[in-house]
Design a binder for this molecule. Structure first.
Ligand SMILES: [Zn+2]
Ligand SMILES: [Zn+2]
Length: 447
């Protein structure tokens, strides 16, 4: 019998505040509902137990500056660890698929972490993906983000990665946090087309959502032939969600799951604690377990009218042609301080809404036709503007890209005494058993 795993980590003692939408009781009603409906008694359901994600797995995906010890990670590491347990069970073929019902969420946490943003500090799916390939060698992994918010953190981590297909469907960034996720954002110079963003108009309901999945998302996923399919299963597209304005029902979510056929679903957002989460979670779990979800009913129906379907189809066609027409536009330049090599560079800033500060990033990508390319991210934080640097050697790097990463590590950590040296440098070598962190005050820590 095909087993469907369920994992609960409700983090009842962790929250950002009593009245905060991401609060302790978020999964309380879900837990009750699943037991009440007898889902836990289905013969194919198995329950797995959460564990704490090792710092190595965390640092393989994200650079926490100036070091992991500077962040409050306790609940986040258990949420990430739960995804890892599920991933291991799946890779060992102990389960057919699974749903990690965990909090806090993770998809707004990016390649560099300076604090909490959008309720996220650790990116549970990214930590899972890098773990799966470093341990089991998977070369093609797809992650489909069905949270109502753009999965900007996940996109940021895999933007230069040709071996990960990232697809995000979300309410249009012009009308919702975090304000990104447009069709033109299609991936970096070595991974162009490996990111697909589908911003949806507010009011999109089941019909429109499923239409996009069937006509755009699924063909794209099938063409990529992923070995693993991961779903960032946010539930804030539900019509009763207080943070967004979409019109998806619990049964609609069941159908999304049935269409995507994810191997592992990880809970992201969803803040309608009593009116949506218990029903959406139930429908997703039933769909994963191959059971009928058509009888799942929320107590209250939708309050707003959905977008008219003909108008929606026109929107879809326009968006598709806009995505197809978007052209890559990179300039390479020699950077003296980076081994005098040619890099593509990009500058951008990241806002941490939980604490209200801005990080400035300068990103360098080594153009490469043979691998994902070395990535360097220099992160600056006010008020003292000290720099911390992430050096990433991609999974299955070619020799010159691996060599470049190692030489930069030598250079930046040796130069540490210099006035403009980094405060911390993380060497994220995806092909090594060790992730190295150098800190000015402490020297090198090996994870
Ligand atoms: Zn969300
Ligand atoms: Zn390369």
């Amino acid at each position: 019998m095909k087993k469907t795993a369920l994992m609960f980590f409700p983090a009842f003692d962790w929250s950002l505040g009593e009245t905060h939408p991401e609060r302790e009781e978020r999964l309380l009603y879900t837990q009750e509902q699943l037991f009440e409906e007898g889902v836990m008694d289905l013969p194919q359901i198995v329950q797995l137990n959460p564990t704490v994600a090792p710092l190595q797995a965390v640092c393989r995906a994200q650079a926490l500056f100036p070091g992991p010890e500077a962040h409050d990670l306790e609940a986040h590491r258990i949420a990430a660890g739960s995804a890892l347990v599920m991933g291991d069970a799946w890779a060992k073929k102990e389960i057919h698929n699974g749903f990690a019902l965990v909090r806090p969420p993770g998809h707004h946490a990016g390649a560099v972490v300076r604090g909490n943003r959008g309720f996220c500090t650790l990116n549970n799916e990214a930590i899972l993906i890098n773990h799966l390939r470093s341990r089991y060698g998977y070369q093609r992994i797809a992650v489909i983000d069905t949270d109502v918010h753009h999965g900007d953190g996940t996109q940021n981590i895999f933007y230069h990665d040709p071996q990960v297909l990232f697809i995000s469907l979300h309410q249009d960034g012009r009308t919702l946090y975090p304000g990104s996720g447009f069709a033109e954002e299609k991936g970096g110079p070595n991974a162009w087309g490996q990111t697909l963003n589908i911003p949806l108009p507010p009011g999109t309901g089941d019909e429109g959502y499923h239409y996009i999945l069937e006509n755009w998302v699924l063909p794209r996923v099938q063409a990529f032939q992923p070995q693993v399919i991961i779903n960032s299963a946010g539930q804030d597209n539900h019509y009763s969600d207080p943070l967004a304005r979409m019109n998806v029902t619990a049964r609609g979510y069941g159908k999304i799951t049935e269409l995507l056929q994810p191997h592992i679903a990880v809970l992201e957002g969803g803040y309608s604690i009593e009116s949506a989460l218990p029903y959406v979670n139930l429908a997703i779990l039933l769909a994963l377990a191959g059971e009928d979800y058509s009888q799942v009913r929320e107590p209250k129906g939708p309050q707003r009218a959905p977008v008219q379907f003909e108008a929606f189809k026109r929107y879809y066609q326009e968006l598709r042609s806009q995505e197809e027409k978007a052209k890559a536009n990179w300039t390479k330049r020699r950077v003296a301080s980076l081994l005098d090599q040619e890099w593509v560079s990009d500058a951008y800033s990241v806002y941490y809404d939980t604490e209200g500060f801005q990080e400035a990033r300068q990103e360098y990508i080594r153009p490469c036709a043979h691998c994902g390319g070395t990535v360097v991210i220099m992160s600056k934080l006010p008020p003292d503007e000290t720099v911390s640097t992430l050096i990433r050697i991609p999974f299955q790097a070619c020799d010159p890209c691996a060599q470049t990463g190692l030489e930069l590590w030598q250079l930046l950590t040796e130069k540490s005494g210099a006035k403009h040296g980094s405060e911390a440098v993380l060497l994220q070598n995806q092909n090594s058993d060790e992730i190295l962190l150098w800190q000015r005050a402490k020297g090198v820590t090996r994870f």
